[in-house]
Design a protein around this ligand. Sequence first.
Ligand SMILES: [Zn+2]
Length: 163
Amino acid sequence: MPHLTAARGLGADRDTLSLAPLVRATPTQLLGRALLLRCPHCGGRGLFASFFTLKQQCPTCGLRIERGESDYFVGAYLFNLIAVELILFFVVCGMVFVTWPDVPWDALTYIAGALMLAGCVLCYPFAKTTWLAVDLALRPLTPEELRWHHEGGDLGDRELPQL
Ligand SMILES: [Zn+2]
């Protein structure tokens, strides 16, 4: 397997980044990997430096997590909001359904508030990897783009058709 040795740019170990032929994952594989907090593209581990902080590149395949775009994770914030709202919807409706007609409205109010705050925190890393998976499903990674990620190129010097 050939390796990239003369790359410049972001923090991954350049000597270990694989330039093996690109194998396109199915949307189900992309989402499954994302929900396991793995790289949706290659399935590699170690995308997160901490619970809230993504590394700049996948340590396995070299894909830059934000695909070189500074506002990339606005979509992840949207996914996080949607996930928390869905959790709230099902919990509140479930509690109302189970306790009807004596719904504990005060308790439900506090539970919903606590759930909303906890959900935002707990769903955050999943929202980021899921957004990357959806983006890779809609704009598949090409060998040219992956090479660009390995080289740490800027958007200005890039002539890839999908961006
Ligand atoms: Zn990867």
